[in-house]
Each structure stands twice: as structure tokens, then as C-alpha cells.
Design a binder for this molecule. Structure first.
Ligand SMILES: [Zn+2]
Length: 397
């Protein structure tokens, strides 16, 4: 086995040096580019599948698929390094990376998941580490999302109103993560048929392969077009696509919504509604995670890294330092582990078009009637009433 001089995690540098072991934490495009290089790479099998479905089987280098929880040893010029893929609960197959070397433990959180995500097989698992590199996508106290079940209910209510007006709701969502979560919500709690558009379809098929129970129809298939003609449907497309697919407008008037945690930062005025459904942990969940990892030193990366580092130091008294933007996505874990050399009114954003009265969080479970349609095409016409209790086991998984 060749001795490695470097280990790169989620690197996006175009030329990866020889004698480098690369690691890919999950299948979002801002993390996976090492799979498109000639370097030897470690990634979970779910990540490999999600990558190949997006890129068309273009993995150039050697790769090894790893199970979540599996320990891998890597031979380096300084000795044996142990790598563990720890569940990060962010998207299907996503991992935090624990590196053990010379009796030190460094944990790279990568993107970590919010509580209660419906479409991951493994929820976030904090593990103890001496050093933590933690994501700060929503590392500001402003990034406080409402409880997930409340967001879900807002989405379902808004969609029900659109359906009642004989229109079609078109959702823009992250193609890996929130898109599948929307499919699951509509499958479980409505009789609306779910049309997936563009790349959301093949990515959702990969989720089915790994046991995530989803029912959807591709919008461009014969069946999908027939459903469009009949109505009683909801459409989910990849976030970033600016227009409603033209052929949908032939049949129905559409209303557009976006789901993203960025609703806590931007108004998204071009949409009819915006919901803070995110695959990322929010600020308060990140702080809980840090507390459980219990590191002596923290580095923050991605997004609000300055603000998060300051607040970590304030709250825990732990040395915390931002990893600056210039090396974001080029995180180089040097051997031996680097030393840190310095230390350093929540608002709740809700959906634009959601009902003004919020669902109470305590006591009597609040229900909303299932969304039903006159045709009842779904595989299961006996739909559930959505209650807060329905979500409790999910949160605890
Ligand atoms: Zn991600």
C-alpha cells in the first residue's frame, strides 16, 4: 500500500497532489469533486451512487465504498491513521469524518443534519473528539428554524389551499435532501400525486434503493403528463431552476414555493411562498452538537464561521477559530494534527404564505385534516392526520 503524505477531505482543488488520500463526506456537489479526480477516494456507497447518478458514472480514480460506522486505516508517511465515517444525519449516506492519530481525535463534522429529517437512514451521531472542525452554514443565532413538524404543517396547509383553488404547487428544493423530504411528506399526509422534475427523479430513485419509501412520477414521462392533465398533483424540482417547466403551464396555473434554510437570511420575494425546511442543523443544533463532541479546540467552516467561532468561545470558553473563506472547500488536514493558535435575538422565520396562527408546541396534539382529492389516486387512500406525536419517534431516531 502506498504511503500517503496528505489526507484531503471534501477538497475541490483541481489538481490533487500524488500520494494523497481523499475523502468525500457526502454527495452534495460542493463536497464531492474528489470523486471526479484521479485520486484514491473513500466515500459511503450511498454517496458513490448519488454521485454517479448525477455525473453519469464518471469516477476516474480508485475508490473504496465505506459503511457508516466503519473504521478504515490509512498508511501515511507518519504512521497509521484511523478514519471512521460517523453518521452526520444530513442527507442519505452522509458522514462526519473522525481521524485518529497519535492518541488525538480530530472530527470534521462536514454538513450536519437537522433533527427530524425524514429521509436519512442514520441520524446525526456526535462523537467525542479533541479537535472539532464544525460547519457554520447556519452558524448565526438568526438561523433558528421553527420545529420541523411545524414547518411540515405549514407546507401541507399551503399546498392544500393551492389544490383547492385548482392550481398546482411547484416546489423548488435541494435535489438531494429536501426534495425527498417533500415527497415523503406529500406521500404520507396527502392524496396528491408527486411529480418530480429533472434531476430530482434519478436522485430520488437512489433513495428508494436504500429503503427510503417514496412514491413519485417523473414529470416528463407519459404517466407524469397524464397526471398533469388530470391535476391533483404537486411538482418538485431542483432549487436554482428559475422557471416553472413550460409544459406545466399548459394545463394549470402554478404557484411556486421554495424550501431552504436560507429563508432565515433572504426574503425570496420571487416565490409565492418560502419555507425554512433545511437539511442543515440550525445554530442551536450546532451548539448542542459541539457540547456533545466536547472538544478542546474548534475550527468553524462554511457560512457564518466568524460569528459562530465568537459565540462558541463566549458560550463554552473553548478556543474557536474560523477557517477563512480562501481555503473553504480546500480543507487540508495536515499530519500531524494542526495546533490552533488563537481564540477567538433569535428570530423565527416562517413561511411567507403560512397561516398566521402557529401550531402550539405543547399539550394537545394539533391535527390538520388530510388533503384529499376527488380522484384519490394515491397508493393509500387512508391518509394520516398529521400530529406532533407523529414526529416524536422520528426526532428521537
Ligand atoms: Zn451538504
Amino acid at each position: 500500500m502506498p504511503e500517503n503524505e496528505k489526507i484531503l477531505i471534501d477538497s475541490t482543488i483541481s489538481r490533487i497532489p500524488p500520494k494523497t488520500q481523499t475523502i468525500v463526506s457526502h454527495a452534495h456537489s460542493d463536497h464531492f469533486s474528489a470523486l471526479n479526480s484521479y485520486s484514491p477516494t473513500l466515500a459511503t456507497k450511498e454517496t458513490i451512487d448519488l454521485y454517479t447518478i448525477q455525473k453519469g458514472n464518471r469516477i476516474k480514480g480508485k475508490y473504496r465504498s465505506v459503511q457508516l460506522g466503519e473504521k478504515i486505516t490509512i498508511e501515511t508517511t507518519l504512521g497509521i491513521v484511523t478514519i471512521t465515517f460517523v453518521p452526520s444525519g444530513h442527507v442519505l449516506g452522509s458522514a462526519s469524518i473522525l481521524i485518529e492519530f497519535d492518541n488525538e481525535r480530530l472530527l470534521f463534522s462536514s454538513d450536519i443534519g437537522a433533527k427530524g429529517i425524514l429521509t436519512v437512514n442514520h441520524s446525526l451521531k456526535p462523537v467525542k473528539a479533541d479537535h472539532l472542525i464544525v460547519e457554520a452554514t447556519f452558524g448565526s443565532p438568526r438561523a433558528r428554524f421553527p420545529p420541523r413538524q411545524e414547518i411540515a404543517m405549514d407546507i401541507l396547509r399551503w399546498t392544500a389551499d393551492i389544490a383547492k383553488e385548482k392550481m398546482i404547487a411547484v416546489f423548488s428544493a435541494g435535489k438531494i435532501g429536501s426534495a425527498q423530504e417533500l415527497i415523503k411528506l406529500f406521500n404520507d399526509y396527502t392524496n396528491l400525486r408527486v411529480l418530480t422534475h429533472g434531476s430530482v427523479t434519478p436522485v430520488s430513485e437512489v433513495h428508494k434503493k436504500y429503503g427510503i419509501d417514496l412514491e413519485f412520477f417523473d414529470s416528463r414521462s407519459e404517466e407524469g403528463r397524464e397526471i398533469l392533465r388530470e391535476g391533483d398533483a404537486v411538482v418538485i424540482q431542483q432549487r436554482g431552476k428559475k422557471i416553472v417547466p413550460f409544459f406545466m403551464k399548459e394545463y394549470y396555473k402554478c404557484k411556486r414555493a421554495i424550501v431552504t434554510g436560507m429563508v432565515t437570511k433572504y426574503p425570496f420575494k420571487t416565490f409565492d411562498a418560502a419555507f425554512p425546511l433545511s437539511s442543515h442543523a440550525n445554530y442551536y443544533e450546532i451548539l448542542d452538537y459541539i457540547e456533545q463532541v466536547s472538544p478542546a479546540k474548534v475550527f468553524t467552516i462554511y457560512g457564518d464561521e466568524d460569528e459562530l467561532a465568537k459565540n462558541i468561545y463566549k458560550k463554552f470558553g473553548i478556543s474557536a477559530k474560523p477557517i477563512k473563506q480562501k481555503i473553504v472547500h480546500e480543507l487540508e488536514v495536515l499530519l500531524p494534527l494542526q495546533e490552533s493558535d488563537s481564540s477567538s435575538s433569535p428570530t423565527t422565520s416562517s413561511s411567507v404564505a403560512a397561516p398566521s396562527s402557529k401550531v402550539p408546541l405543547q399539550s394537545n396534539p394539533t391535527t390538520i385534516p388530510p388533503i384529499t382529492t376527488k380522484k384519490g389516486h394515491s397508493k393509500n387512500n387512508e391518509k394520516k392526520d398529521l400530529t406532533l406525536d407523529d414526529f416524536l419517534p422520528i426526532v428521537d431516531q
